[in-house]
Design a protein around this ligand. Structure first.
Ligand SMILES: Nc1nc2c(ncn2[C@@H]2O[C@H](COP(=O)(O)OP(=O)(O)O)[C@@H](O)[C@H]2O)c(=O)[nH]1
Ligand SMILES: Nc1ncnc2c1ncn2[C@@H]1O[C@H](COP(=O)(O)OP(=O)(O)O)[C@@H](O)[C@H]1O
Length: 429
């Protein structure tokens, strides 16, 4: 450990970042609660972009926003403007609880928490990235489950705050590596979306993962629950939509269809590129989300051919076929003219269309093995301090002289869903 790095127990850390707004942690906060001898001057810390963390001897901490707080052993507090976010649980190292002190009202608020939360902490440390996000690193964890973002003012959180009319915050798990952009495939019923997706999944099994949607329509003969769809009923799905479980949803051909946040997350967690087979309304919602997908619209060579394929598939009743054909006209118009789609492919000859799709996705003959991501998984220590230099977070372990670096340079995405593109590596000291 470098002598200039203060050693501290992260479970006792009060993270106060120089990136906070002026109303938040002031210089005096840093001085007041710095019990370390030999600490760099406040000016130097600010210059280096480091976020000092402090031990308060009796766990009573005061902030320049007027809050005097007795933090529990397993809690951290982060100040952003008028708000202080206390994360962790009273007498419980595994708690992922959150409470917010709002200086303007003088009240504590228990927020609505969206997103998949971390399973449990065995201690954690926080650092403020900017006014939108707090970075949380779990101690004593595996590197592939150690990085979490607590979003407090991202676009998603702002939208949900309006919807819920309460204080809303959202978790987003950090994912090491850069599984490439998800792919949204849309097009009318019977055009060949499922066929093309199956071909991709078969040729590149470790590269692509299918986002399994929820639907209220009845399963077809060969469809399996949890594989092709999560089959559900309308009242359950409506409740889950209200609870914020879905990234997007739409009524299509008289049924509800939707992509749950979890459906996309499981694919990202497996380090795979997510494929979504969704209708045009769903594509529009995803476009407005943080998913940063590539949007592909599949067209039939003619309306007659579409009808022929739909009938030949033999999965729908005549009434359903008629409904799907009626809807196809509107879908084709919207798909071709909306500017929503990055690519429009005509599925005439199947092999030719599949080749064009692969080209769009940058799969020009590379083998699956070479496309697999390589990410080393290692253990994070029990104790560390965090500091920030530009886009890099330094995780300084006082015990094994190791320094772990988290590079946020290529960070993208966020709630709902994962925060991708992170890079984490170890260096000697
Ligand atoms: N918005 C949205 N549309 C979906 C979702 N899952 C499937 N769809 C769309 O719903 C439509 C009907 O799908 P399906 O009943 O499987 O019939 P198919 O189009 O004939 O394969 C298609 O346009 C799908 O792309 C979803 O999660 N969200
Ligand atoms: N290019 C093609 N030429 C002829 N038939 C096709 C082509 N692409 C798909 N099909 C067939 O058309 C039917 C509908 O395809 P499917 O993938 O189920 O469509 P979607 O998922 O878009 O509803 C299937 O029987 C499939 O085998």
């Amino acid at each position: 450990m470098s002598p200039s790095q203060p050693s501290l127990s992260p479970s006792l850390a009060v993270a106060v970042s120089p990136l906070s707004t002026p109303a938040a942690a002031s210089t005096s906060d840093y001085i007041k609660f710095c019990p370390f001898s030999g600490l760099k001057s406040v000016e130097n810390l600010a210059l280096m972009g480091e976020a000092p963390a402090f031990l308060a001897d009796d766990l009573h901490t005061s902030f320049s926003n007027g809050l005097h707080l007795k933090l529990d052993e397993f809690e951290t507090a982060t100040v952003i403007g008028n708000k202080t976010y206390v994360i962790g649980g009273i007498n419980d190292p595994t708690s992922t609880g959150v409470r917010i002190f709002n200086k303007s009202t003088g009240n504590w608020v228990i927020p609505t928490i969206l997103g998949t939360k971390p399973k449990a902490f065995k201690g954690h440390s926080t650092i403020l990235l900017n006014k939108e996000r707090i970075l949380i690193i779990k101690t004593n964890s595996k590197s592939n489950d150690s990085i979490w973002f607590f979003e407090v003012d991202t676009q998603f959180v702002q939208d949900q705050t309006k919807k819920f009319e309460t204080e809303v915050v959202a978790w987003s798990k950090g994912v090491i590596g850069d599984a490439e952009r998800p792919i949204v495939i849309s097009g009318p019923s019977g055009v060949g979306k499922g066929t093309l997706i199956n071909m991709l999944m078969k040729e590149f099994p470790s590269m692509f993962g299918f986002s399994v949607s929820h639907t209220t329509r009845a399963p077809r003969e060969k469809e399996e629950n949890g594989v092709h769809y999560h089959f559900t009923n309308r009242s359950v799905m409506e409740e889950e939509i209200k609870a914020g479980k879905f990234l997007e949803f739409a009524a299509v051909h008289g049924n509800l269809y939707g992509t749950s946040v979890e459906a996309v997350e499981v694919v990202a967690d497996a380090g795979k590129r997510c494929i979504l087979d969704i209708d045009v309304q769903g594509a529009r919602s995803v476009r407005a989300s943080s998913l940063e997908a590539i949007f592909v619209f599949i067209c039939p060579p003619s309306f007659e051919e579409l009808e022929k394929r739909l009938r030949a598939r033999g999965t729908e009743t005549e009434e359903q076929i008629q409904k799907r054909l009626r809807n196809a006209k509107a879908e084709l118009e919207q798909g071709k003219s909306s500017g929503l789609f990055d690519h429009i492919l005509v599925n005439d000859d199947l092999e030719a269309c599949y080749d064009r799709l692969k080209k769009i996705l940058g799969l020009d003959g590379s083998s699956d093995a070479t496309l697999k991501m390589q990410t080393e998984v290692f253990d994070l220590p029990m104790d560390f301090s965090l500091s920030k230099i530009n886009e890099k977070i330094l995780i300084n372990s006082g015990i094994d002289e190791r320094r772990i670096v988290l590079d946020l340079f290529s960070m993208k995405g966020g709630a709902p869903g994962r925060t991708r593109g992170l890079c984490m590596y170890t260096t000697g000291n």
